[in-house]
Write a protein that binds this ligand. Sequence first.
Ligand code: SIN
Length: 358
Amino acid sequence: MGTGLIESGENVTAKLKEDEKKMTKFLFAFLVLAGAGVAQAAEPIIIKFSHVVANDTPKGKAAEKFRQLAEKYSGGRVKVELYPNSQLYKDREEMEALQRGAVQMLAPSVSKFGPLGVREFELFDLPYLIPDADTVDRVTDGDIGKSLFAKLESKGLKGLAYWDNGFKQFSANRPLHKPQDFRGLKMRIQSSKVLEAMMRELGALPQVMAFSEVYSALQQKVVDGTENPLSNLYTQKMHEVQSHLTISNHGCLVYAVITNSKFWTGLPADIRAQLEKAMIEATAYERAIAKEENDGALAAVRASGKTEIYVLSDAERKVWKEALLPVQAKFEKVVGKENLDAIHRIAAEVEARNAKKK
Ligand code: SIN
């Protein structure tokens, strides 16, 4: 009996020691996990989102919307840092910075993909090809948009969304009413062979230049004129150094929101899903505000009284369109005839649908 008691006492002691060990292990595991949790909470995933335009533009506002939504949906596990107005990098530099992982997101105009070796995006630069925002959205959301994004993969980039900033207008220090009025003018363009050909077709001298340099180049008369949607023209104060503005709506300005593929695939799946949701909503917002932002910029430019605004009549537009048609033929091979045909078909469908609504 006594022996039994002593034995069971030893058993109890051994058991207690065993329990103590387990508890220590458990506490250790708990502390490690808790520590990891603290580290995770203290170190959110940072997305540096760099772009070249002002905060107060469709792109700037949509980037801010994305920031808010991404931080909200991820419960603070993601922090988006916005760097507008070429604060970090100019056009070309930002593309290189994204490829080497120095920033994680950009929204360049698709006219800037040429130097990367993806010329097919220049489709959107063809003058008077895409007539309205609905067609832009159907093209970018459809097969063409998807196949263009697929071309970015070999460059280490992933396309997340297309944003659009409406239509471009021409400005200069002389009236631009007819194609001949461009003769001899030095016109700033983005790095697109289509835009270069368009300017040459008009008899102008195209000059590729980073967006951040345009205002001072206009001011110092290094170039005579440029083209941009009104939200960009106004927020960069270009109208203050251009005496004439022509509402020509000759081409659209489309943005591709892109990220570094490695960064994107390395994200936890749940975070990626939250960011995708944020991007879908920011895209809807961007497209919804683009027109009113550009209309507002036109009103502000008009109110400033600093530049004379000329609106092309339908007949004048027809003349410009015909004068620029050779550019389409010239780039048919680069951008793909099947893509041009598809865009003509989509534009006709949009027009027919809008006519029915009237
Ligand atoms: C932009 O809207 O991102 C800039 C366009 C330009 O470079 O003209």
